[in-house]
Design a protein around this ligand. Structure first.
Ligand SMILES: N[C@@H](CCC(=O)N[C@@H](CS)C(=O)NCC(=O)O)C(=O)O
Length: 209
């Protein structure tokens, strides 16, 4: 069977989720550098594969998939990793609600706090937007802190699941942000807990925000 083909630069926030889950599941893959700093995703070759023009995209058995969280869930299901992505509907919803939260709520805040405030990228570097993003991400990571303190040590409780993958990316970026941040002890302990996983150190806590 052909190896999973991952299209996207290894320094991308969303590609790193896919690389991490592949390591957790022992999936063999090839990866191609597409996206900022490499071949542009606006190239016809990429757009034919993913007309949305964003990384990651993966090709598995000739089928194209996009959206990092969807790819993570698909791979966990395909490899029957029920311990990472439970089949019980309520447990599954608990995993998915955190994945959705990370992809929607925190990614809006990080546009201001990271793309605007740290990378100085227009149009996100508007001072109002940067300030809003910083305030909002601090609030959200505070919510995560309260949740982990009450119901941790992982996002859905006792065991590591794929919910920890997008949240693990957010937490790594949080610690890289360059403004004065509140101290969140449960999040700090969680960061160290995730860091015991070789795949996290390899793809996420590897010096990149
Ligand atoms: N919702 C998408 C977002 C994908 C996304 O924003 N990808 C960024 C990189 S993290 C991208 O393609 N940026 C353009 C580029 O690198 O050229 C997902 O979760 O996969």
């Amino acid at each position: 069977m052909a190896k999973l083909r991952i299209l996207g630069r290894a320094n991308s926030f969303n590609v790193r989720k896919v690389l991490w889950v592949c390591d957790e599941l022992g999936i063999d893959y090839t990866r191609e550098d597409w996206g900022r700093g490499f071949r542009p995703t606006s190239d016809a070759e990429f757009m034919r594969i993913n007309p949305i023009g964003l990384v990651p995209a993966v090709i598995d058995d000739g089928q194209v998939l996009r959206e990092s969280n969807t790819i993570v869930r698909y791979l966990a299901s395909k490899h029957k990793a029920d311990h990472l992505y439970p089949t019980d509907l309520l447990q599954r919803a608990s995993v998915e609600q955190w994945m959705d939260w990370a992809n929607y709520e925190t990614s809006i805040s990080l546009r201001g706090a990271f793309l605007g405030g740290m990378l100085n990228e227009p149009p996100w570097n508007n001072p109002w937007f940067v300030e809003q993003g910083r305030r909002q991400i601090a609030k959200e990571v505070g919510q995560l802190d309260g949740h982990l303190a009450a119901a941790g040590p992982y996002v859905t409780g006792e065991a590591f699941t794929i919910a920890d993958i997008p949240i693990g990316l957010v937490v790594n970026r949080w610690f890289c942000l360059n403004f004065e941040k509140p101290v969140y002890p449960a999040v700090a302990a969680y960061y160290e807990r995730l860091s015991t996983r070789p795949a996290y150190m390899r793809h996420v806590r590897n010096g990149l925000p």
